[in-house]
Design a protein around this ligand. Structure first.
Ligand SMILES: [Zn+2]
Length: 327
C-alpha cells in the first residue's frame, strides 16, 4: 500500500499531506503519533513515495522505479532509522549516520527523506543529536518521526515537529482492509477486525483458525471454572503460561472479554461487541456479574501484563490472576 488513495482511514491527515506535497509546502519535520497498528508507518511510507515519485501530483503512482525502490526499502534518498536486531534502542551512531546521509547530495529523489520509527526507542543522547538536524534541517530534507506516544520524547524535539495524531481504525474500516488483504468473507473480516481492538496489525495477524479455536476453548474453560477449583485454575495457568506470547495473548483476550461484558451491561446492545462469535456466553456473564467486578479485573490485567513484561514467572502470575477473574 504505497499510494495515499489505497489507505483506509486517516482521511484528514492524508488530505493535509497530499495537498502539502502537491503545493510543495511540506514542513521539514512531521511527528505521527497514535497507538500501535493504526497505520502510521504506512502513511509515512506513502508520504515518502508521494514526494519522490516523478509522476506524482500529490500521490505516488505505485509503479515507477522510484515507487518500487521505496516499496523494497532501497531508495537511495529515503533513510530508515529503526531498531537494529538485538539492540535495545536507536543509538546515537545511527543518528550520526543519518546526518551524514542527509548532508549528501540527492541521488534521484526530490528530497532527502528520513523515517524514524519508533521515535520512542531513541535514547536521550540520540534525541539530542537528532535535535541538531531538526533545528537546522539540511535543504530539501524531510523528517518523518513515528511514535506510539510522546512520553519520553524531549519537549525540544516535539516543538520542532508538526504533529499529526492517528486514531485507531473503526472496526468497519479495519474489516475492509482485512477482507481485501486476506481475502476472507465479510463476517470473518469483521470478527478479526473486532479482535484487533483498533490495531490493523493485530487484526491481520489473527487470521489463524488454530488461534481462534484456542480462544473459544479458553473462554469455554474459564466459564466452567469455579473460584475454588485450584486444580482447574493451575491447569489453565500452566497452559496459558506456556510461552510469553501466549500469556500476553490470553491477557488481551480476557481484556476484550471484560470490556464486552461491560458494554453489554451499560448499553444492553450487542452492536459494539468485539467478541462477536461469543455473544451467548457474554450475555450470560453480563447478567451474572456486577460492573465493579469487571473494572477490578481489568485493573488486575494491567498488573499481570506488567509482571509478564518484567519476566515474572508466568504460571504464578496467572494463578494469581485467574481466581480474581472468577470471583
Ligand atoms: Zn511512482
Amino acid at each position: 500500500m504505497l499510494r495515499f488513495r489505497d489507505i483506509v482511514g486517516h482521511q484528514g491527515q492524508i488530505e493535509l499531506l497530499r495537498r502539502a506535497v502537491q503545493r510543495d509546502r511540506l514542513h521539514h519535520a512531521y511527528l505521527f503519533v497514535g497507538p500501535e497498528g493504526t497505520g502510521k508507518r504506512t502513511v509515512a511510507t506513502a508520504l515518502a513515495a508521494a514526494v519522490q515519485c516523478p509522476d506524482g501530483a500529490g500521490d505516488a503512482c505505485g509503479e515507477c522505479a522510484s515507487c518500487r525502490c521505496i516499496d523494497d526499502r532501497n531508495h537511495p534518498d529515503v533513510h530508515w532509522l529503526e531498531q537494529r536486531k538485538g539492540k535495545r534502542d536507536i543509538a546515537i551512531e545511527q543518528v550520526r549516520g543519518l546526518q551524514r546521509d542527509l548532508a549528501l547530495h540527492r541521488f534521484s529523489g526530490k528530497k532527502k527523506i528520513a523515517i524514524v520509527d519508533p521515535l520512542t526507542l531513541m535514547n536521550l543522547h540520540a534525541q539530542n543529536a537528532l535535535l541538531k538536524t531538526l533545528e537546522e534541517p539540511p535543504g530539501e530534507s524531510l523528517l518523518i518521526l513515528v511514535a506510539d506516544s510522546t512520553g519520553g520524547v524531549l519537549p525540544t524535539v516535539l516543538s520542532r515537529c508538526l504533529r499529526l495524531r492517528f486514531s485507531p481504525l473503526t472496526v468497519e474500516q479495519a474489516a475492509a482492509v482485512v477482507a481485501r488483504r486476506k481475502e476472507v468473507p465479510e463476517d470473518r473480516a469483521l470478527l478479526l477486525a473486532a479482535l484487533g481492538y483498533g490495531s490493523l496489525g493485530r487484526a491481520l495477524a489473527g487470521n489463524d483458525e488454530g488461534v481462534l479455536e484456542e480462544r473459544r476453548e479458553c473462554f469455554r474453560r474459564l466459564a466452567g471454572l469455579a473460584v475454588d477449583d485450584m486444580r482447574g485454575i493451575t491447569a489453565l495457568a500452566e497452559e496459558m503460561g506456556a510461552d510469553r506470547e501466549k500469556t500476553l495473548r490470553f491477557l488481551e483476550w480476557v481484556k476484550g472479554w471484560l470490556r464486552d461484558i461491560m458494554v453489554l451491561q451499560v448499553t444492553g446492545s450487542p452492536s459494539a461487541i468485539y467478541n462477536r462469535d461469543l455473544l451467548e456466553p457474554l450475555g450470560r456473564a453480563a447478567a451474572e456479574r456486577r460492573v465493579s467486578q469487571s473494572t477490578e479485573a481489568l485493573a488486575e490485567i494491567d498488573n499481570a501484563t506488567r509482571a509478564i513484561h518484567r519476566n515474572f514467572n508466568r504460571r504464578m502470575v496467572l494463578e494469581g490472576f485467574i481466581p480474581r477473574l472468577l470471583a
